[in-house]
Write a protein that binds this ligand. Structure first.
Ligand code: COI
Length: 353
């Protein structure tokens, strides 16, 4: 399939100064449409702008939608590169299977993404902690009010120059461990990246905000007895010299950053356990002084130290509420690989131009 290029009449001013997360968008977006019997068609890179939808469009009613998050970076010598975007597109297809959405051709979309990012390369910020966030997403477009799988879809990729996800950057965050609301259960959509998971999490996030915390740390939905993930990222603990992260049991997002950090730690000779972490066990380990560091890991969040976790009225404080040595070292190494200032022995980086 060819990709048509539709030129914008006028380009926007590029932002200067501190970048927010998720509010500024570049000049162009990639779009293609799906029709049953025809497949994906009409691939185009066109000016970024509003899209017109029928009010009965199925995604607006039943949330048949999936998305991804990945980033582009500029190296010190001006080259542009992606980080494991092929893994994001493979995950998009796994989410597509769960939400009964047609798969994409990942090689074709990776190539389209490279073309889009190359066109928009002047939008890639270079200040520390900044990047060009890439949001691919697919949603159901049939105008139909009954509940069934849609026969038509739209796929878009939009780009967003971003700073840190949490407003204070690498400063440790405070999370609230949720006991009332549940995010998902085995057999649900927890491991798919679909908008519905995030919509369902908002009440708990609001509750966390009202209590002065940034986000929610979820327990498993069925028993509320073990730790799963943070609202926007996976979580890692350093306990008694070892790294421990909740194992993938079908309810949490199989994070690309999570997977990269596990590989990175193992390459440093560290022990990493992917296992069920009971909340009672964790609170005990905390009281024994064995929890050394806690941090979130995600594309948007990168490595976000967690300084406090509130559980049942108690604030557990880690590493004196300061960024820990490992969170800092992982952040520096990962960002170095992504920006081309550190070698990439893992083959994670994908050159664009
Ligand atoms: C990402 O880390 O890319 C995500 O999609 C998380 C989102 C909640 C910002």
């Amino acid at each position: 399939m060819d990709i048509q290029f539709i030129k914008a009449d006028k380009l926007k001013e590029k932002p200067t100064g501190d970048l927010p997360f998720g509010t500024l968008f570049t000049d162009y977006m990639f779009t293609m449409d799906y029709t049953e019997g025809k497949g994906w068609h009409d691939a185009r890179i066109e000016p970024y702008g509003p899209i017109s939808l029928d009010p009965a469009c199925m995604v607006l009613h039943y949330a048949q939608e999936i998305f991804e998050g990945t980033k582009a970076y500029k190296t010190p010598d001006g080259h542009v590169q992606l980080f494991r975007a092929n893994d994001n597109l493979a995950r998009l297809n796994r989410s597509a299977d769960r939400l009964c959405i047609p798969r994409i051709d990942t090689d074709f979309v990776l190539d389209a993404l490279k073309q889009l990012v190359e066109i928009e390369k002047d939008w890639i910020p270079t200040d520390p902690g900044t990047s060009l966030y890439i949001r691919p997403f697919i949603f159901a477009t049939d105008p139909y009010i009954g509940v069934r799988v849609s026969h038509t879809y739209k796929f878009l990729i939009i780009l967003c120059p971003v700073g840190a996800y949490y407003k204070d950057g690498l400063k440790p965050t405070m999370m609230h461990i949720e006991r009332v609301y549940a995010r998902t259960v085995v057999g649900g959509t927890g491991e798919a990246k679909c908008g519905g998971n995030y919509a369902g999490s908002l009440a708990a996030t609001e509750k966390a905000h009202e209590a002065g915390y940034e986000e929610t740390l979820w327990l498993d939905g069925a028993t509320r007895s073990h730790i799963e993930e943070v609202g926007s990222c996976n979580v890692m603990f350093k306990i008694d010299g070892k790294f421990v992260t909740p194992k993938l049991t079908g309810t949490i997002l199989p994070g690309i950053t999570r997977m990269s950090i596990i590989e990175l730690l193992k390459s440093w000779g560290e022990t990493v356990e992917e296992r069920i972490i009971g909340i009672d066990e964790f609170v005990d380990l905390y009281h024994q002084g064995k929890v050394e560091e806690v941090f979130g890991m995600g594309t948007a969040a990168v490595v976000s130290p967690i300084g406090k976790l509130n559980y049942e009225g108690e604030d557990m404080v880690f590493n004196n509420d300061e960024i820990g040595p490992y969170a800092q070292k992982i952040y520096d190494t990962l960002c170095g690989i992504q920006r081309g200032t550190e070698p990439d022995p893992f083959g994670w980086v994908i050159p664009v131009c």
